[in-house]
Design a protein around this ligand. Structure first.
Ligand code: PGA
Length: 259
């Protein structure tokens, strides 16, 4: 039986999109549309939108996240934002180690690890992203890459410290490309992640760990993905920016015609 700790989570990742006015509109649509969703819902918004979206989501079950943070609490770190600042602005969650951060901004597994520590200390819910590139997959290195990212990113914690952590499996070749991993490919990777976490932190921890899939999740493919036993939710980029699509995704498995 699936652990009750693995409540499904559908999280939107707005990336670097939307004006404040558009953010307010979209957050309002998500808030108004979340009733009856089978799991938890979150939106991860640009830093500049955190406090305004927090006002919109006040009193609603929709969780608010940011997309990155810096590990120091404060100081001369021009351009950076700390975990405490995110909490102060109203965030409850944060994405860490997204492949765009890793690829474009040089985030290493060590940086992910430090950011994770800071997020946990601030009682944020970290969504730690892992995933292989197309080349790594073609060279049969997917499992090796996932293992390295998990071992490096989650290093040095006790299982109890990590109870709030969510992992997102995001194959880089599926992000923003319209190319989704097949449900079987996703399941295979999720099972590997769960087994690796069992080895690192024990069966009990792994059994309660939420593992999201990300990479071109859409209204049309979410149900088949969510039917896989080790998928506990989705991290949605492009289709989280369209209220209608995101609402259908957060209501995965809804009968046709329903929201
Ligand atoms: P996508 O992005 O849904 O646009 O592929 C997913 C992500 O990067 O989190």
């Amino acid at each position: 039986m699936t652990s009750p700790l693995r409540r499904p989570l559908i999280a939107g990742n707005w990336k670097m999109h939307l004006t404040l006015a558009q953010s307010v509109d979209l957050a309002r649509a998500v808030k108004d549309g979340c009733a009856g969703a089978p799991g938890e819902v979150a939106v991860c918004v640009p830093f500049t939108a955190v406090s305004v979206v927090a006002q919109v989501l006040k009193g609603s079950p929709v969780k608010l996240g940011a997309q990155d943070l810096f590990w120091e609490a404060q100081g001369a770190f021009t351009g950076e934002v700390s975990a405490g600042m995110l909490v102060d602005a109203g965030a409850q969650a944060v994405v860490i180690g997204h492949s765009e951060r890793r690829r474009l901004f040089g985030d290493t597994d060590e940086a992910v690890n430090r950011k994770l520590r800071a997020a946990l200390a601030a009682e944020l819910m970290p969504i730690v992203c892992v995933g292989e590139t197309l080349q790594e997959r073609e060279e049969q290195r997917t499992f090796k890459v996932l293992q390295t990212q998990l071992e490096g990113g989650l290093k040095g914690f006790a299982p109890a410290d990590l109870s709030r952590v969510v992992i997102a499996y995001e194959p880089v070749w599926a992000i923003g490309t319209g190319k989704t991993a097949t449900p079987d490919q996703a399941q295979e990777a999720h099972l590997f992640i769960r087994k690796t976490c069992a080895r690192l932190y024990g069966e009990g921890f792994a059994a309660g760990l939420r593992i999201l899939y990300g990479g071109s999740v859409k209204a049309e493919n979410v149900d088949a993905l969510m039917a896989q036993p080790d998928l506990d939710g989705a991290l949605v980029g492009g289709d989280s920016l369209k209220a209608q699509s995101f609402l259908r995704i957060m209501h995965f498995n809804a009968p046709a015609g329903a929201k």
